[in-house]
Write a protein that binds this ligand. Structure first.
Ligand SMILES: [Zn+2]
Length: 148
Protein backbone atom coordinates (compact mmCIF):
# COMPACT_ATOMS: atom_id res chain seq x y z
CA UNK A 1 0.00 0.00 0.00
CA UNK A 2 1.32 3.39 -0.99
CA UNK A 3 1.40 6.12 1.64
CA UNK A 4 0.19 9.59 0.89
CA UNK A 5 2.08 12.59 2.07
CA UNK A 6 -0.60 14.80 3.48
CA UNK A 7 0.30 17.83 5.50
CA UNK A 8 -1.91 18.51 8.45
CA UNK A 9 -3.06 22.06 8.82
CA UNK A 10 -4.27 23.51 12.08
CA UNK A 11 -8.00 23.97 12.27
CA UNK A 12 -9.20 27.54 12.31
CA UNK A 13 -12.51 27.28 14.14
CA UNK A 14 -11.66 25.18 17.19
CA UNK A 15 -9.34 26.72 19.77
CA UNK A 16 -6.27 24.66 20.59
CA UNK A 17 -5.81 23.72 24.27
CA UNK A 18 -2.96 26.21 24.57
CA UNK A 19 -5.39 29.05 23.84
CA UNK A 20 -7.64 28.14 26.74
CA UNK A 21 -7.02 30.00 30.00
CA UNK A 22 -4.90 27.87 32.34
CA UNK A 23 -6.54 29.17 35.53
CA UNK A 24 -7.92 26.39 37.70
CA UNK A 25 -10.30 27.38 40.49
CA UNK A 26 -10.44 26.00 44.04
CA UNK A 27 -12.82 23.23 42.92
CA UNK A 28 -10.38 22.10 40.23
CA UNK A 29 -12.36 23.46 37.28
CA UNK A 30 -10.36 25.07 34.49
CA UNK A 31 -11.47 28.46 33.17
CA UNK A 32 -13.24 28.18 29.81
CA UNK A 33 -12.25 31.63 28.57
CA UNK A 34 -9.68 32.05 25.81
CA UNK A 35 -6.39 33.88 25.93
CA UNK A 36 -5.97 36.88 23.68
CA UNK A 37 -2.44 36.00 22.58
CA UNK A 38 -1.10 32.56 21.65
CA UNK A 39 1.78 32.87 24.14
CA UNK A 40 -0.47 33.98 27.03
CA UNK A 41 -1.50 31.46 29.66
CA UNK A 42 -4.44 33.37 31.12
CA UNK A 43 -7.58 34.99 29.79
CA UNK A 44 -7.79 38.80 30.18
CA UNK A 45 -9.97 38.45 33.30
CA UNK A 46 -7.55 36.16 35.15
CA UNK A 47 -4.55 38.12 33.87
CA UNK A 48 -6.02 41.32 35.43
CA UNK A 49 -6.77 39.41 38.63
CA UNK A 50 -3.21 38.03 38.79
CA UNK A 51 -1.69 41.50 38.20
CA UNK A 52 -3.90 42.96 40.92
CA UNK A 53 -2.90 40.20 43.37
CA UNK A 54 0.79 40.73 42.58
CA UNK A 55 0.45 44.48 43.08
CA UNK A 56 -1.23 43.92 46.46
CA UNK A 57 1.44 41.38 47.44
CA UNK A 58 4.14 43.89 46.44
CA UNK A 59 2.54 46.61 48.55
CA UNK A 60 2.29 44.25 51.53
CA UNK A 61 5.94 43.24 51.09
CA UNK A 62 7.14 46.85 51.01
CA UNK A 63 4.97 48.06 53.91
CA UNK A 64 7.21 49.68 56.51
CA UNK A 65 10.34 49.18 54.41
CA UNK A 66 12.54 52.20 53.74
CA UNK A 67 14.80 52.67 50.77
CA UNK A 68 17.02 49.62 51.51
CA UNK A 69 19.86 51.88 52.65
CA UNK A 70 20.24 50.06 55.98
CA UNK A 71 20.12 46.36 56.93
CA UNK A 72 16.97 47.00 58.99
CA UNK A 73 15.01 47.70 55.76
CA UNK A 74 16.13 44.36 54.32
CA UNK A 75 15.25 42.63 57.59
CA UNK A 76 11.72 44.07 57.58
CA UNK A 77 11.32 43.09 53.93
CA UNK A 78 12.51 39.52 54.57
CA UNK A 79 10.06 39.21 57.46
CA UNK A 80 7.21 40.30 55.17
CA UNK A 81 8.46 37.94 52.47
CA UNK A 82 8.43 35.01 54.85
CA UNK A 83 4.93 35.94 56.03
CA UNK A 84 3.64 36.11 52.42
CA UNK A 85 5.29 32.77 51.63
CA UNK A 86 3.84 31.14 54.73
CA UNK A 87 0.38 32.38 53.78
CA UNK A 88 0.94 31.07 50.25
CA UNK A 89 0.31 34.57 48.86
CA UNK A 90 3.47 34.72 46.82
CA UNK A 91 4.97 32.41 44.22
CA UNK A 92 7.82 30.35 45.66
CA UNK A 93 10.17 31.17 42.75
CA UNK A 94 9.45 34.89 43.09
CA UNK A 95 10.11 34.64 46.84
CA UNK A 96 13.43 32.89 46.21
CA UNK A 97 14.44 35.56 43.71
CA UNK A 98 13.51 38.34 46.15
CA UNK A 99 15.40 36.65 48.99
CA UNK A 100 18.44 36.37 46.73
CA UNK A 101 18.26 40.05 45.76
CA UNK A 102 17.87 40.90 49.47
CA UNK A 103 21.09 39.01 50.17
CA UNK A 104 22.84 40.98 47.41
CA UNK A 105 21.57 44.24 48.93
CA UNK A 106 22.90 43.19 52.35
CA UNK A 107 26.27 42.31 50.82
CA UNK A 108 26.47 45.66 49.04
CA UNK A 109 25.50 47.47 52.26
CA UNK A 110 28.41 45.76 54.03
CA UNK A 111 30.77 46.69 51.18
CA UNK A 112 29.54 50.30 51.23
CA UNK A 113 29.98 50.51 55.00
CA UNK A 114 33.52 49.13 54.68
CA UNK A 115 34.26 51.70 51.96
CA UNK A 116 32.91 54.53 54.15
CA UNK A 117 35.07 53.34 57.07
CA UNK A 118 38.15 53.20 54.82
CA UNK A 119 37.44 56.71 53.54
CA UNK A 120 36.98 57.96 57.10
CA UNK A 121 40.29 56.31 58.12
CA UNK A 122 42.03 57.87 55.11
CA UNK A 123 40.66 61.34 55.99
CA UNK A 124 41.76 60.91 59.60
CA UNK A 125 45.23 59.77 58.48
CA UNK A 126 45.55 62.81 56.20
CA UNK A 127 44.52 65.22 58.99
CA UNK A 128 46.90 63.48 61.40
CA UNK A 129 49.79 63.67 58.91
CA UNK A 130 49.17 67.41 58.34
CA UNK A 131 49.05 68.05 62.11
CA UNK A 132 52.27 66.05 62.58
CA UNK A 133 54.03 67.98 59.81
CA UNK A 134 52.88 71.30 61.30
CA UNK A 135 54.11 70.26 64.76
CA UNK A 136 57.50 69.20 63.35
CA UNK A 137 57.84 72.48 61.48
CA UNK A 138 57.01 74.42 64.65
CA UNK A 139 59.53 72.38 66.65
CA UNK A 140 62.20 72.96 64.04
CA UNK A 141 61.45 76.70 63.99
CA UNK A 142 61.72 76.98 67.76
CA UNK A 143 64.95 74.92 67.82
CA UNK A 144 66.72 77.14 65.25
CA UNK A 145 68.88 79.88 66.77
CA UNK A 146 67.35 83.32 66.51
CA UNK A 147 69.35 85.86 64.47
CA UNK A 148 68.24 89.10 66.17
ZN1 LIG B 1 -9.46 32.63 32.80
Amino acid sequence: MESHSCEKTPGGGVPSPSQQCSHVDAKGAQCRMLTTRPDAELCPHHLRKLRSQRLSAGRRLLRGVGDFEVPEDVNIFLGSLLEQMALNKIDRRDAIAMAYVSQLILNSQVALERQRENEKDARFAAVFARAQAAARAQLQQSAEPKNN
